[in-house]
Write a protein of this length. Structure first.
Length: 229
């Protein structure tokens, strides 16, 4: 994890830091929608989407207890596991009450060799879990995702850095016949818990950063953009 103050970000190559560290925490970023869009444009080409969008370019989505992902548990997963294109970058901004539920991250490029060996011949098939269908996707998007039939080997190499990663998005894998318990146990033991502060922005690489959050009560609002790494 790499931590930086928002005032200092112009002194860093955020894209390079992201590839190196997998997770960037930007503190004290008091942003309007336009500022957030400018930050996302620095990172790469953004995904254009449909539901809960905030800007004209349709690249910023609102995540709230009333909308995307609601307020229940969201188990270990990697964003964009079920999509095509390298939209593995996520930028998330704490707009209101992020602290009501921390986010846990684990860098699975650090998985030990013996754990990787268990899964060396396994392949995961990905599709959004049923409880997210109505909240996050249109019928058309779901039909497209189904047609894509995304599969990903558990042992994969990062398309830019080349590093070996143990990749399995536990919450979005379909028809799985592999025992994921050893993987999940290792993640739980090696996770970093991010306690959200006001005006935090997190940027992470979903190829290596599996993450989760637990259920919460109250109003919580974040902005999110997916971008190509
Ligand atoms: Fe996520």
């Amino acid at each position: 994890m790499f931590e930086v103050q928002y005032n200092d970000i112009n002194n860093f190559d955020l894209h390079k830091i992201l590839l190196e560290h997998g997770l960037i925490v930007i503190r004290n970023a008091c942003l309007e929608v336009d500022d957030f869009e400018e930050l996302t444009n620095k990172m790469g080409k953004s995904l254009v989407t449909t539901k809960h969008v905030l800007n004209k370019a349709r690249t910023i989505q609102e995540l709230s207890n009333k909308g995307l992902f609601s307020n229940g548990d969201v188990g270990w997963h990697n964003d964009w596991s079920y999509g095509r294109g390298n939209y593995f970058g996520t930028i998330l901004h704490n707009v209101k009450n992020g602290h009501l539920s921390p986010t846990w991250f684990c860098d699975t490029s650090n998985a030990p060799k013996d754990l990787k060996n268990i899964y060396k011949n396994s392949i995961g098939k990905y599709y959004p879990p049923a409880d997210l269908h109505n909240l996050c996707f249109t019928e058309k998007q779901l039909a497209l995702l189904k047609k894509q039939k995304i599969t990903r080997p558990f042992i994969t190499n990062h398309h830019i850095t080349g590093e070996e990663i143990l990749y399995c998005s536990i919450n979005t894998i379909q028809e799985n016949k592999v025992d994921l318990k050893p993987f999940e146990n290792w993640i739980e033991e090696n996770a970093y818990m991010h306690n959200w502060q006001d005006n935090d922005v997190l940027i992470w690489d979903n190829l290596k950063m599996i993450h989760k959050r637990v259920a919460f009560e109250g109003e919580r609002l974040l902005w999110r953009t997916q971008f190509i790494i």
